[in-house]
Design a binder for this molecule. Structure first.
Ligand code: ADP
Ligand code: MG
Length: 326
């Protein structure tokens, strides 16, 4: 079964690059990284029923499998170049692979990402993508550079993907409020869940400017917590500055802030910047069409605090996506 599928994948792997000396078809790909750059490498696996709901369209799975990996490269400030694709399929399902490739290539092509190899096996549906990108050695963004006094920013809006998942869950459980509520808002939130947009261009703009960066995959509190631990600092967040989409506010007005703080799967970038460089960076990101919100500041003392406009602390329990879901 595999050979037909591999041939199908090879025929559809449209992006060609000069730095691919040998792509799909041999025992290994041969690749030529550019001089003076670090090779940024990341892998993420998506399991049906864990990382995407059962019944997700194959094209959405293909898009998301690549998007979550490109988001990791974005968080490092790297420029995407190559990918490996490991597909585990219950059967030789050509239609699934066709749909999967529709979504995968729709995202690979604008990023000039070449699919250079992979693996195809039989088993419960799982997709693993490995991406490779380049970043000038001294300019890679990391988690461990945040300093007390730095401003904390996040791109786009937060909480939408988790709210999209809640929409899907409630559609199954009870057909009332959300079905009669704004169809456009539901579509927008579910779209954020199924087709996240990795912030690749924003990540490259942050090179040499951001003191630390992470992509928001597990929820803002969890991921900013990783930055704080790696940097040996703490953070104070302004609850009223969290960027909330109109779709989230329309459907989840009461819980919007919780979704934004704890919901995962948004794949926005959270980063820190010395405050004197913040204004220029906001202007640069805005010119690129990337929304960005200043949501707090780094402090010397450990821990994450969330305050409202009056300075009162907003209760936050243990962070993280798993916790939020349970
Ligand atoms: P081997 O047994 O030597 O590992 P395979 O038969 O697994 O080779 O794969 C043959 C070729 O097809 C290799 O170049 C491999 O990288 C590529 N390939 C296999 N599966 C995929 C996939 N899902 N996506 C992209 N390339 C693949
Ligand atoms: Mg071999």
């Amino acid at each position: 079964m595999e050979f037909d599928l591999i041939e199908l994948i090879r025929a559809r792997a449209a992006v060609r690059r000069e730095d691919v000396l040998l792509g799909i078809g041999d025992d290994a790909a041969l690749l030529r990284p550019p001089a003076g750059h670090a090779l940024a490498v990341a892998v993420d696996t998506l399991l049906e029923g864990v990382h995407f709901p059962v019944g997700t369209a194959p094209a959405d799975i293909g898009w998301k499998a690549l998007a979550v990996n490109l988001s990791d490269l974005a968080a490092m400030g790297a420029t995407p170049a190559w990918a490996l694709l490991s597909l585990t399929l219950p059967g030789a399902d050509r239609r699934f692979v066709e749909g999967f490739l529709d979504g995968f290539t729709a995202l690979a092509e604008p990023h000039r990402l070449a699919l250079v190899g992979g693996d195809t096996t039989r088993g419960p549906l799982a997709v693993s993508v490995t991406v490779h990108g380049f970043v000038p050695e001294a300019q890679a963004l990391r988690r461990d550079g945040a300093k007390a006094g730095d401003a904390i920013f996040v791109t786009g809006t937060l909480g939408d993907a988790a709210a999209g998942l809640a929409c899907l869950d409630r559609e199954r459980a009870d057909a009332d409020r959300l079905l009669t509520a704004s169809v456009d808002s539901r579509k927008a939130l579910i779209g954020r869940l199924n087709r996240p947009t990795p912030r690749v261009a924003a990540g490259q703009l942050l090179r040499g400017v951001a003191s630390a960066c992470i992509d928001v995959s597990d929820g803002l509190l969890a991921d900013l917590g990783h930055v704080c631990r790696a940097s040996g600092v703490g953070a104070v967040l302004d609850a009223d500055a969290l960027p909330l989409s109109s779709a989230l506010l329309t459907l989840f007005a009461d819980d919007a802030r919780d979704f934004a703080l704890r919901g995962g799967d948004d794949y926005e970038l959270c980063f820190t910047v010395p405050s004197e460089r913040a204004a220029d960076l906001i202007a640069d990101l805005s010119r690129q069409g990337c929304g960005v919100a200043r949501i707090g500041r780094i402090v010397a003392e450990d821990g994450l605090a969330v305050r409202d406009a009056a300075g009162r602390s907003v209760a936050v329990s243990a962070s993280g996506w798993d916790h939020f879901r349970s």
